[in-house]
Design a protein around this ligand. Structure first.
Ligand code: FMN
Length: 664
């Protein structure tokens, strides 16, 4: 056993946890209109249990819909019709030996949505004044600890005592339902800025009655909720309390306060789960979901400190992907449990793989936040490097090839490798030809970039999986129509990729001009001052890398904003990295000419010159479509995948390659 501490079982009351790795609360964001968790939702949580997690938590089950919903399509814990779906999730999780937990939530003054029994919804994600559009006659007001005229989502009313008492009761009732449905634990969501943290916050809760003001009064609601749940579920049923150890922003509380809070609930709950940050503050949001620019396990420090002050088992969460590190956290006593959020999507099999000596094959989360982005954009989950996420039901059914086909994959980048793996694992005969001397494609150029370490590991792992799956790999082999025809394939995947787009700027062919991939590979060839043309993801990440190497970097972007193609939260983390760098940025600026001394530019303020020793082109990629079209007549079935369709993100490449290769 490689990780004896990580795999030591833990018994708490009536629950036995088979190891110390919990799947942290993650909402599904797409219950059906009738509130029944869908079969997809059941499969989503089941997948994590099947992968060996000791506990799987269903995120954000709302205890009172009329006042507590921050998202329209969440499980509602007051609606009888929810029960069969809840029971289905609980049994799907427990049948694999994991403890199912339901996270009980109320968003308080951030409850942007009201969902009514007829299924209608008020409020939207982005409206500053969602409250104005609420149907107050049906109870759509926002309530928090105190009156706020201009809250983040509009006017907030002070929660009257009778409502507080009602919500306390609803937490208890929801916990009883969870238990009745077969859940083995409940998790109280007392962190990330939601109702309970609003009441415990010394900054927000300035009430003058016995629910606010002093520490003792601010603790009244969290303690009343715990007592209500305890009464409903009994002594033996584990209660986990999730709280931010520090809210990590100037308007939030700090670790000292987090310690004080944990001491106040010590012994009253069974697990104290220490997260960090606050959803409703942009800076703190990237603390709650640490970005790729932050170190692994960056929030464990909060749990480790709190653990010194309490007797209750403590769980740590945040940017955990590495089994070695998790083992160290448990062994050294920093925490008793580790919780994985995004990593449980990148690889739900992490526990099984770590336990059975297959650590190399653990797909480590890139922290690209593709998952979070999709909870908003399509109300569903996706993972850039795990194409099964969002397709768990389909993926559960093995699909051996009905007829073995000869499959030629042209191109060994992200899409080509995924197609080869999926096709070969299904039993097809696969030949993967790659023009260059190694698999991995264009993103291999980022191998030395510290915040892209996980990406390079992913490419290495995928390359190994290609051969493990039995595909034949031919390196330094370009697929021409002649070669393709000579191999007589039944199926061709054209995964030829793209080449850098070169803008028609005078001077672009100068000796001081390089394109982004070249600079990634040999940054030392750049001079001290570097001007990057293009403020998309590539230009920004390259600039952050070069800034870290001590270069003086200037980004020139034609559009008025940067990373217009990035995910919302991803943008926050890139913005944060840019703000903490010395990079100079010109938005809304055209480059008129490149000279030996730098860039002649123009923007609304007129023309100016940006001095640079090296100029880097990062304006995007041009798909190798024509080369792919040339292969169209070389096999009965031809599919174009990856960047040679249109250069997009990793998700698109893995997803299309996987789904098509599953169907051939
Ligand atoms: C897609 C997604 C959904 C999440 N949903 C919830 C949720 O419903 N409730 C909650 O308390 N936290 C939620 N979180 C936060 C995670 O539980 C976790 O605290 C956070 O992602 C940091 O851990 P990680 O770095 O392992 O991802 C969610 C995170 C992600 C990425």
């Amino acid at each position: 056993m490689d990780y004896p501490h990580l795999f030591a079982p833990l018994a708490i009351g009536s629950a036995v946890f088979r190891n110390r790795i919990f799947a942290s609360p993650q909402g599904f964001y797409n219950v059906a209109k009738d509130n029944l968790p869908s079969a997809d939702e059941v499969a989503y949580y089941e997948r994590k249990a099947r992968g060996g997690f000791a506990s799987v938590c269903v995120g954000d089950c709302i205890v009172e819909d009329a006042t507590g919903t921050h998202y329209p399509f969440l499980i509602r814990m007051e609606d009888l019709s929810t029960l069969p779906g809840l029971a289905a999730i609980a049994s799907a999780v427990s049948r694999h030996g994991a403890v199912a937990s339901a996270e009980l939530s109320h968003a308080g003054m951030y409850a942007r949505f009201v969902k009514y029994p007829d299924g209608s919804v008020y409020g939207t994600d982005s409206m500053k004044n969602a409250n104005a559009q609420r149907d107050t006659a049906r109870g759509g007001d926002l309530y928090g600890p105190v009156y706020i005229a201009d809250g983040k989502y509009g006017e907030v009313l002070e929660m009257p005592e009778e409502m507080i008492l009602r919500i306390v009761e609803k937490f208890g009732k929801a916990a009883a339902w969870a238990k009745q449905c077969g859940f083995g634990m409940v998790t109280v969501h007392g962190g990330h800025g939601w109702l309970l943290s609003q009441f415990m916050s010394p900054y927000i809760n300035t009430r003058t009655d016995h629910w606010g003001g002093s520490f003792e009064n601010r603790m009244r609601l969290p303690l009343a909720v715990i007592a209500s749940i305890r009464k409903a579920v009994g002594r033996d049923f584990p209660i986990e309390y999730r709280v931010s150890g520090s809210e990590a922003n100037p308007k939030g509380y700090d670790l000292d306060y987090g310690i004080r809070f944990a001491e106040a609930i010590d012994g009253k709950v069974d697990i104290i789960h220490i997260s960090a940050g606050d959803h409703e503050d942009d800076r703190a949001m990237i603390v709650t979901h640490p970005s790729m620019f932050m170190e692994d396990g960056i929030n464990v420090k909060y749990a480790a400190e709190i653990k010194k002050h309490v007797k209750t088992p403590v769980a740590a969460v945040g940017a955990l992907t590495d089994a070695e590190q998790m083992e160290e956290i448990i062994e050294s006593g920093k925490a008793d449990i580790v919780q994985l959020g995004r990593q449980s999507l990148a690889d739900p099999d992490l526990p099984l793989k770590a336990r059975t000596g297959r650590t190399f094959y653990i797909n480590k989360c890139l922290r690209c936040n593709t998952c979070l982005e999709h909870t908003g954009s399509i109300r569903s989950l996706r993972c850039a490097i795990n194409p099964e996420i969002g397709f768990e039901r389909e993926a559960k059914i093995p699909r051996p090839a009905a007829r073995k086909k000869r499959v030629l994959v042209a191109g060994g980048g992200i899409a080509g490798m995924q197609a080869a793996i999926t096709a070969a694992e299904r039993g097809h005969e696969v030949i993967l030809c790659e023009k260059s001397g190694s698999l991995g494609g264009v993103l291999r150029c980022e191998r030395d970039v510290p915040f892209k370490r996980r990406l390079d590991e992913y490419l290495t792992r995928q390359a190994r999986r290609v051969t493990d799956a039995g595909a034949e790999v031919r390196l330094n082999t370009e697929v021409t129509p002649e070669l393709a025809q000579s191999l007589s394939p039944d199926v061709i995947f054209a995964a030829l990729g793209a080449v850098p787009a070169i803008p028609p700027i005078p001077g672009v062919d100068g000796a001081n001009v390089a394109e982004a991939t070249e600079v990634y590979v040999a940054p030392d060839k750049c001079g001290r001052r570097v001007a990057v043309i293009g403020g998309g993801l590539v230009g920004i990440e390259l600039s952050i890398y070069l800034d870290g190497l001590g270069k003086e970097v200037t980004i020139v972007e034609m559009q008025p904003s940067l990373v217009t193609d990035g995910a919302g939260i991803d943008f926050l983390s890139h913005e944060d990295a840019l703000n903490t760098s010395d990079i100079k940025i010109y938005r809304g600026t055209s480059v008129l000419e490149i000279t030996e001394r730098g860039l002649k530019c123009r923007n609304d303020s007129g023309e100016f010159f940006a001095e640079a020793d090296t100029v880097v082109i990062a304006v995007g990629q041009k798909p190798l479509r024509e080369q792919s079209f040339a292969l169209y007549d070389c096999a009965p079935e031809v599919y174009q995948i990856g960047d040679c369709v249109t250069p997009r993100r990793i998700l698109t490449a893995t997803q299309t390659a996987y789904t098509i290769a599953r169907d051939i």
